[in-house]
Design a protein around this ligand. Structure first.
Ligand SMILES: [Fe+2]
Length: 475
């Protein structure tokens, strides 16, 4: 095994000699220097595993050397050893990044123990930072597997990088569809960061170096930064621009990590773009399917669009994230799809239904999920469709779930669905007025509907004069 190399920096040759003998008898290799200037030059040239540092020295004292070491290396253990063991010196040394503080005269066994402990904890810190990087790769893999949008992917990329490197700024640029240049898709900077804003875009010729390389080679930039090219399967598709606090050195192993990370991010971006195209066309087919279903009946025409609109209004009022709104919107479009399997004579019957017919209608949530199951939708979307006729008091169908047992999105959909049904015309009755429908919601809150969700919806309706559909996108 390699011997650990220790720099002893002290202007007292006797002390240097004493430490050298003690350390070498324990198997360490030592180099001795009489002041900070020589010690620092050696450290910069040859590196070291640990530094023993005196405070009072000619040319460059211990504090100055300590701060210069920390500019270059945040992790190397530095043990300050001084004959001036004041509390003030100890606090200053530890604040400047000393790992430990010993006072002369000292017992050699204490020195050896402190050296051993500092080396072990230094190794542990390195292991932890390596572990953090491996964790990051695994986490990104998990994101890639469950990827649902480019924005979600970039959120995770930025948070993983922030967690590991704590940079001042991260800006992600991605190529536009026509390859006319790179556009800023994500930009995060610390409030203290004042080095200028990130440009919104780069022309193709300004970033030609990125497009020339097909390999993700991380480059250091001026202003303590790095540029990480992002490569897809066939071509470069963007880069991440990162800037660090002054004095933060990027190590070789971190660059290697970033190169692996960049490959994954590049694949992730290509997949996300592909996923968006597939998802969009898939949703369009579902919409046209639902429209054709509803078109059979003049009275239910546009019902799903309305339900999507109301449930997203509720979701937005509750400040749900974009992903949850997407689930609500999709489930709203799909919730009654199972009615495709019900005979028109029952579905379009202009009057009250008999028991058998009610039983048949009650089958539609199960039929919906039978249609949806092979499509690989999210579990929340399937559950929302399946449970949208459950009631808070447990008297709904198909499962008779009660209160909190009913999935959250299904409870939102239930309110939106009921309101839309109440205010629309039916063959056997006129649609309720907004005022009458509000009364019904109030009456059944806590019995059929979740009371909190009803309250949110009533607030929206009271703020919106008409309560009618404003746009058909549910946006
Ligand atoms: Fe339904």
């Amino acid at each position: 095994m390699d011997k650990k190399k220790i720099l002893v920096i002290d202007d007292d040759p006797n002390i240097c000699e004493l430490f050298k003998n003690a350390l070498e008898s324990e198997g360490y290799k030592t180099s001795l220097y009489p002041d900070g200037k020589e010690g620092l030059a050696s450290f910069e040239k040859n590196g070291s595993s640990l530094i023993l540092l005196d405070l009072q020295m000619p040319n460059m004292d211990g504090f100055e050397m300590l701060s210069k070491i920390r500019e270059r290396d945040k992790e190397i253990p530095v043990i300050v050893i001084t004959g001036f063991g004041t509390v003030e010196n100890a606090v200053r040394a530890l604040k400047s990044g000393a790992t430990d503080f010993l006072v002369k005269p000292l017992i050699i066994q204490d020195l050896l123990f402190t050296v051993k402990r500092s080396l072990e904890s230094g190794m542990l810190t390195k292991e932890i930072s390596k572990f953090k990087m491996i964790e990051a790769i695994l986490e990104l893999n998990r994101v890639l597997v469950s990827l649902t949008s480019l924005d979600l992917l970039l959120d995770r990329v930025v948070s993983i990088m922030d967690n590991i490197f704590q940079p001042e700024k991260i800006a992600v640029y991605i190529a536009g569809a026509e390859e006319e240049g790179l556009f800023l898709r994500k930009n995060v900077s610390k409030s203290s960061f004042k080095k200028g804003k990130s440009p919104l875009s780069f022309r193709h010729d300004e970033v030609a170096d990125i497009f020339r390389n097909r390999k993700a080679r991380v480059e250091k930039t001026k202003n303590h930064g790095i540029k990480i090219p992002l490569c897809g399967k066939e071509k470069a598709i963007g880069f991440i621009d990162v800037e660090f606090p002054e004095g933060r050195e990027i190590k070789e192993e971190e660059i290697k990590f970033l190169e692996v990370f960049a490959i994954q991010v590049g694949i992730g971006i290509e997949n996300a773009n592909l996923f968006d195209v597939v998802k969009e066309s898939y949703l369009n087919s579902i919409r046209s399917l639902v429209n054709s279903l509803e078109a059979k009946d003049a009275y239910t025409k546009g019902h799903s669009e309305q339900v999507a609109y109301y449930s997203c209004l509720i979701g937005r009022e509750m400040e749900l994230p974009a992903r949850d709104l997407e689930i609500l919107r999709n489930a709203s479009y799909l919730h009654d799809l199972g009615k495709l399997g019900i005979k028109d004579s029952v579905l379009l019957k202009p009057g009250p239904l008999d028991r058998d017919e009610i039983e048949l209608i009650r089958q539609h949530p199960s039929m919906t999920i039978k249609i949806l199951e092979p499509l690989g939708l999210r579990k929340e979307e399937i559950d929302t469709c399946f449970y949208h006729h459950e009631r808070i008091n447990g008297k709904g169908y198909p499962a008779g779930l009660k209160g909190e047992e009913i999935p959250f999105f299904a409870k939102i959909l239930s309110v939106a669905d009921a309101y839309s049904a109440m205010v629309s015309e039916r063959p056997y009755r006129k649609g309720l007025t907004k005022k009458q429908a509000v009364k019904e919601l109030e009456k059944w809150a806590g019995i059929q509907f979740d009371r909190d969700i009803v309250n949110v919806f009533l607030k929206i309706l009271s703020e919106n004069e008409t309560g009618e559909v404003i746009d058909n996108e549910g946006n």
